[in-house]
Ligand binder design. Structure first.
Ligand SMILES: *Cc1c(COP(=O)(O)O)cnc(C)c1O
Length: 436
């Protein structure tokens, strides 16, 4: 095999075996069993550090990164994130509950989502969530009403759609005018909702938010959305006399799933965005708002891999080869959902030439249960071999299901010489816990 699977410097090989975070995947698979989510705590911290340091250097102390925790949400991750000084985006009462269990400082939590129920709103307020990122007019009204009942004033940002298509995948494109998320600037509705929010006695409008999509490699996307948002902030100042204190530009920086994708420097990107924002603010005569970024994928994706054991190897003469593993779309639905690319490694046979093309498929009763089509494996690959799928730290565990009553794998953290269970493997008993 060529070394095109060394996507990041926390991957290496020794004696034909893939190492992750300096640790043998073979030994970890033997210790914890498969399927197994592995996460590299050091890498998560490094990724946090890159955002934190660049925001501080180029924007100053008033700006900060919020980890979009839907990318990977479990108690241990909120602990790491808060230790690293990041805030967090939460999108449900379940994520709020998980953050609370970790002792996360809830004043640094931002409640996202396009349809928060009254129950969610009350739960978030009762638990001191700092900011609501308010999606639409109904939500402004609901937040104001529930805040009044509780005798508090709730800080909010308004989520706007700047009308940008980041040219990534439709499924993960959220900044266009035609989107279920946010209120459009282009149609005049953003100005209306701003006036409406300012008129509400139990709401404190702190600023504006946008999130244009995911897997963005081109920093131009952030410059264009910043330009539209700053222009809007200036228009609001002129029309309504309100000057936004916070501008949240969302998340979306891309990561490398395959070696043909570029490595992007977060630091250089933030530097460029900061330079642009400073110039634009002085051109518009507004003071620079405090900046928020909301990285999800780029904090955890390359800090994770998944290990599987090979089961059936089916060679259909003159057609195709299938290699089946002991997991599938239940622990990684992303190929089934988006045809996402992944790099697949025969983790205990990396020194053998990869001569056999096959589809890597899961164990679910579903033809679409494909982890990755057309991968190259050594011809000797057989039952019992170890397979690693790389860059699975984001949107794998958090999207996992129990389809076919398959228990979810554990999340095991490696941290230098240490390894520990962050999320236990689900047992068969766990599967029937709520069945009556
Ligand atoms: C999903 C999401 C993010 C994170 O996106 P990534 O591509 O994982 O960085 C940030 N903000 C909002 C509002 C989101 O919905």
């Amino acid at each position: 095999m060529s070394n095109s699977y060394i996507l990041t410097d926390n991957l290496s090989v020794k004696d034909g075996v893939l190492f992750f975070g300096g640790r043998s995947t073979k030994e970890l698979a033997e210790k914890y069993g498969t399927p197994l989510y592995l996460m590299d705590e050091k890498r998560i911290r490094q990724n946090c550090c890159e955002y934190r340091d660049a925001l501080k250097e180029f924007f100053g102390d008033d700006s900060c990164a919020l980890y979009a925790s839907k990318a990977a949400s479990f108690v241990g991750i909120y602990r790491i994130i808060s230790q690293e000084g990041l805030g967090a985006d939460v999108v449900s009462s379940g994520e709020i509950h998980t953050a609370l269990k970790a002792g996360f400082p809830m004043e640094n939590a931002y409640f996202q989502g396009n349809n928060k129920t009254d129950w969610d709103i009350a739960y978030a307020m009762d638990n001191g969530v700092g900011y609501f990122v308010c999606d639409n007019v109904e939500e402004v009204d609901a937040i104001d009403k529930i805040a009044a009942e509780k005798g508090l004033k709730q800080k909010i940002l308004l989520r706007l759609t700047p009308g940008i298509d980041p040219h990534t995948y439709d499924e993960v494109c959220t900044g266009k005018v035609d989107s279920k998320f946010g209120t459009a600037i282009e149609t005049g509705q953003a100005m209306e909702i701003t006036a409406h929010a300012l008129s509400k006695p139990n709401i404190i409008l702190c600023g504006f938010h946008c999130h244009v999509g995911s897997m963005v490699f081109d920093s131009d996307v952030f410059l264009r959305s910043a330009e539209i948002m700053l222009q809007f902030i200036s228009d609001v100042k002129n029309k309504l006399g309100f000057e936004a204190g916070i501008l949240d530009l969302g998340g979306g920086y891309g990561v490398r799933y395959v070696s043909s994708q570029p490595v992007i420097s977060i630091r250089e990107n933030i530097k460029e965005v900061a330079k642009f924002i400073k110039a634009k603010c002085s051109e518009l005569g507004i003071s620079r708002p405090s900046i928020r970024l909301e990285p999800g994928r780029s904090i955890v994706a390359d800090a994770g891999i998944t290990l599987y054991t090979v089961g059936t190897v089916k060679k259909i003469t003159d057609y195709k080869n299938y290699v089946s593993i002991d997991g599938g779309m239940t622990d990684n639905p992303r190929y089934a959902l988006y045809e996402s690319k992944y790099t697949v490694v025969p983790a205990d046979k990396t020194d053998e030439p990869a001569t056999m093309e096959c589809d890597l498929v899961g164990r679910c009763c579903e033809s679409g249960d494909i982890i990755q089509p057309k991968v190259m494996f050594p011809g000797s690959v057989c039952r019992g071999d170890l397979v690693a799928v790389l860059t699975t730290g984001a949107y794998n565990y958090s999207m996992a299901s129990n389809y076919n009553r398959i228990p979810r794998p554990p999340v095991v953290m490696v941290n230098g010489d240490e390894d520990y269970i962050a999320v236990k493997r689900e047992s068969l008993e766990d599967l029937t816990l709520n069945d009556i």
